[in-house]
Design a protein around this ligand. Structure first.
Ligand code: 13P
Length: 235
């Protein structure tokens, strides 16, 4: 299983360090072998001494080594800390920041060429979901336009926008339906994200094609993320 936490715009440099130290302790004490991914804010990335199954990644980066891209970070700023994991295509970047598919594809290709582990996010809005399952799938597939789904270091995260940050996860049946459809073509691990918490993790992780979770709000405190992991690995 893969347990990933997306800090979004939460935690400071200091609290991130404390978080990662506690998380490491928990993982090592409990001899957890599952993959744990942590995506802190870019100001909190650093070199952490971690076992191989805990990896720190970036939530975003511009597809350049360095240059004139105000407000962005590039490969040079990431490589300084030996980071080789990136989140691409999160719905908050697609919608709030109007990131177009073309830029997302450029990012994907750039970081693929640099050998990064990529967690690639897709997910439909409430309006599209309300049109029905077929429309939702059509939209989700369109978010794979230009993306090499056979990339060996790819993980896909299905995050329906209507379930993000609402406290109400998608229903197991709905998640199952989407993940099984994706599984026809997507052979890499597939995560679910959207209001995952310690109380619903068992049910989510038991979905046939679900290989893990990408958690936001319920994971910003380390105790809470550890509880999700603990409940999740027990199955
Ligand atoms: P929440 O867990 O807060 O719904 O966020 C999910 C998410 O967007 C993770 O990337």
């Amino acid at each position: 299983m893969i347990f990933a936490t997306n800090f979004k715009t939460n935690n400071t440099r200091n609290s991130t360090r404390l978080y990662i130290e506690s998380l490491k302790e928990f993982i090592m004490e409990n001899e957890i072998k599952d993959d744990i991914l942590v995506f802190p804010t870019s100001t909190a990335i650093d070199s952490f001494s971690l076992p191989e199954n805990i990896r720190v990644g970036v939530q975003n980066a511009y597809p350049v080594e360095k240059g004139s891209f105000t407000g962005e970070i590039g490969l040079e700023q990431i490589a300084e800390f030996g980071i080789k994991t990136i989140l691409i295509g999160h719905s908050e970047r697609r919608t709030l920041l109007k990131e177009p598919q073309e830029l997302i594809v450029n990012k994907f290709n750039y970081f693929k060429q640099k050998g990064f582990e990529i967690v690639y996010c897709v997910g439909e809005s409430k309006e599209i979901r309300d049109e029905g399952f077929e429309s939702a799938m059509e939209y989700i597939w369109s978010e794979f336009d230009g993306i090499d789904i056979s990339y060996e270091k790819l993980t896909v995260a299905y995050e329906p926008i209507w379930a993000i940050g609402t406290g109400v996860s998608a229903k197991t049946k709905d998640i199952d339906e989407v993940l099984s459809s994706l599984r026809v073509k997507i052979k890499c691990p597939i995560l679910y994200g959207g209001s995952v918490k310690s109380s619903n993790i068992k049910e989510i992780i038991s979905i046939k094609d679900c290989d893990g979770v990408l958690v936001g709000s319920a994971s910003w405190e380390v105790e809470s993320f550890c509880k999700i992991i603990k409940n999740g690995i027990k199955g």
